[in-house]
Design a protein around this ligand. Structure first.
Ligand code: ZN
Length: 133
């Protein structure tokens, strides 16, 4: 793994949260994107070399809606950049991690993504992401 690619935060109201985080960072989001297949709307902020992703559910069966129902708003996942997502999935499976989607799927921000189940990583939902070139 290379670095933390971004941190994902689950929010109830993306528009309102965009204003909050704009005040926090002193700069607005640079990107808005809906990922219909995941039932989410996202926005991205840059903080120096780091990125923060806000996620709002667009339907009730969205993983974000379920998360907020169970745990409330807050930090939802940490995403790590990888060079070769297929290889990394194989490696992590071999190490005993539970991979939620073994076939990488298209995520926001032009990435191929896969998630590890939080129960295999101390309660942390880990996202692997590989830039699509
Ligand atoms: Zn993410």
């Amino acid at each position: 793994m290379n670095k933390i690619e971004h941190i994902g935060i689950a929010v109830k109201d993306l528009e309102a949260s965009n204003l909050v985080f704009k005040k926090l960072f002193g700069a607005p989001h640079y990107k808005l994107e809906e990922v219909a297949s995941e039932g989410v709307k996202t926005s991205f902020f840059k903080v120096g070399p780091n990125k923060i992703e806000l996620l709002e559910a667009t339907r009730e069966d969205s993983p974000i809606a379920k998360y907020i129902e169970r745990k409330g708003e807050g930090i939802h996942h940490i995403a790590f950049e990888v060079e070769d997502i297929a290889k990394e999935i194989e490696r992590l499976k071999g190490e005993g991690f539970i991979v939620l989607n073994e076939t990488p799927k298209k995520g926001a921000d032009n990435k191929l993504v896969a998630f590890l189940h939080p129960k295999s990583s101390n309660g942390v939902l880990v996202e692997l992401c590989q830039e699509v070139k």
